[in-house]
Design a protein around this ligand. Structure first.
Ligand code: PNS
Length: 158
């Protein structure tokens, strides 16, 4: 069985993330969407548990996708679960510059490989931080994040 981890902070998951998870699930038998971060840290709009729940709701229709969280090194999670592949999305060369050293570090640490999927052009400009900013000031984020996430953001901000 092939398994991949899609790691991220997912604060919150966007439709861009969801597209990457969906496409990854076509290439691997199992995809673990892994929310990384310290569960006791209060930074971020959503707690780790809230992020996990929002991802569970957004991915419930996808076969072979499950959600987990982890507060340590990503490679410690993959090694403990005998997972040898990570999947991340690339929106632009900026993402590439950010992702390359992490992918190389993770590979140096344990040999885990990172697979990059190019973001669909529809989602190239979407980020968690931008959607939070738009929602915070009352802008419409319909279509940028799953509906449950939009509602959860509205509750947080208003
Ligand atoms: O949401 P992001 O910024 O795309 O996610 C980055 C993330 C969470 C994948 C990265 O920060 C990470 O792997 N954090 C876990 C701690 C870790 O392993 N750090 C060393 C990375 S080389």
């Amino acid at each position: 069985m092939t398994t991949a981890v899609c790691p991220g902070s997912f604060d919150p998951i966007t439709n861009g993330h969801l597209d990457i998870v969906t496409r990854a699930s076509r290439h691997f038998d199992e995809v673990v969407v892994l929310v990384t971060g310290n569960p006791t840290k209060t930074s971020g709009l959503f707690t780790i548990d809230e992020r996990v729940e929002l991802i569970r709701e957004a991915t419930a229709h996808l076969n072979g996708v499950r959600v987990d969280s982890w507060g340590g090194l990503l490679v410690d999670y993959t090694s403990a679960h005998h997972i040898t592949a990570l999947v991340k999305g690339l929106r632009s060369s900026l993402d590439y510059e950010y992702e390359l050293p992490m992918a190389q570090m993770n590979r140096r640490l344990t040999g885990v490989d990172t697979y990059f999927l190019l973001t669909d052009e529809k989602y190239g400009y979407i980020s968690s931080s931008l959607t939070k900013e738009v929602a915070k000031y009352g802008g419409d984020v319909t279509g940028l994040v799953p509906d449950t996430v939009r509602e959860a953001m509205l509750k947080k901000f208003h």
